[in-house]
Design a protein around this ligand. Structure first.
Ligand code: GLN
Length: 259
């Protein structure tokens, strides 16, 4: 009887060991060949941080260069996917992608759903109006105006807080500028560096940026909630890129003046 019990126990232990051996460890990233793959989600309509070249193939911008450098530093092969901005956090949660880099500001609301790396860029919100329009002087002045913002962004959230603004939420920042040029809205609120890039590269001299700045925001790389191992790897890589000059090199490429 005793022997039988011992035998059953031994069999159970052997079974458990065999079953466990089948489960390989993974931190949410696939592997291809011998290099692990880091699946990156972005909304490639946010120059100079992420955009596609004219043929729509290559992903370019500060964020794109930075995440490639981070991936290289971590020993990962980086694969970039273009998605709607408001679909990026759900894609992380569903583990369709490993990280998001998309000029995404770190805030408490998002921190409930995802974890962020250390901040990698300081930003804030400004207003763009048509050049010949002097009605709006600052954020207060948006009262009674129709304002275009990109859906799911901090601009949308902040402008909705100002009483008496008619907020138009559009799919991309490019759409908000189109609408401003077409006269469909009185102003666009968007991230400062993106507004300035638009005016410098494609504004055709028709629009201007106002000096008033609404928020101080910092961009971070997001990973799915609880993936502390990946956050640590990214933070270590960011630190290394700051130390070896690579971060500054990328910064100067996209923001000529340097920090
Ligand atoms: N920084 C803003 C945010 O996080 C806008 C980002 C974007 O449109 N890509 O909401």
């Amino acid at each position: 009887m005793k022997l039988k019990k011992m035998f059953a126990l031994l069999a159970a232990v052997v079974f458990a060991v065999v079953a466990l051996a089948g489960c390989g460890g993974s931190n949410g990233s696939g592997s291809k060949g011998d290099k692990k793959v880091l699946k990156v989600g972005t909304n490639a309509d946010f120059a100079p941080f992420e955009f596609q070249d004219k043929e729509g193939k290559e992903y370019q911008g500060f964020d794109m260069d930075l995440i490639r450098a981070v991936g290289e530093q971590m020993g990962y092969k980086v694969e970039i996917e273009n998605r709607a901005f408001d679909g990026l956090i759900p894609a992380l949660t569903a583990k369709d992608i490993d990280v998001v880099i998309s000029g995404m500001s770190i805030n408490d609301e998002r921190k409930k759903k995802v974890d962020f790396s250390d901040p990698y860029y300081d930003s804030g919100l400004t207003i763009v109006v048509r050049k010949d329009d002097d009605r709006i002087k600052n954020f207060e002045g948006l009262k009674g105006m129709t304002v275009a913002v990109q859906i799911g962004t901090t601009s949308a959230k902040e402008v909705k807080k100002i009483e008496g603004v008619n907020v138009r939420e559009l799919n991309s920042s490019a759409d908000t500028f189109l609408e401003l040029n077409a006269g469909g809205v009185d102003a666009v609120v968007n991230d400062k560096p993106v507004n300035e890039n638009y005016i410098a590269t494609s504004g055709d001299g028709n629009v201007k940026e106002l000096a008033d700045r609404l928020t101080s925001e910092q961009y971070g790389i997001a990973v799915s909630k609880g993936n502390t191992e990946l956050v640590k790897k990214i933070d270590d890589a960011l630190k290394a890129l700051h130390e070896n000059g690579k971060y500054d090199e990328i910064y100067k490429k996209w923001f000529k003046a340097g920090k």
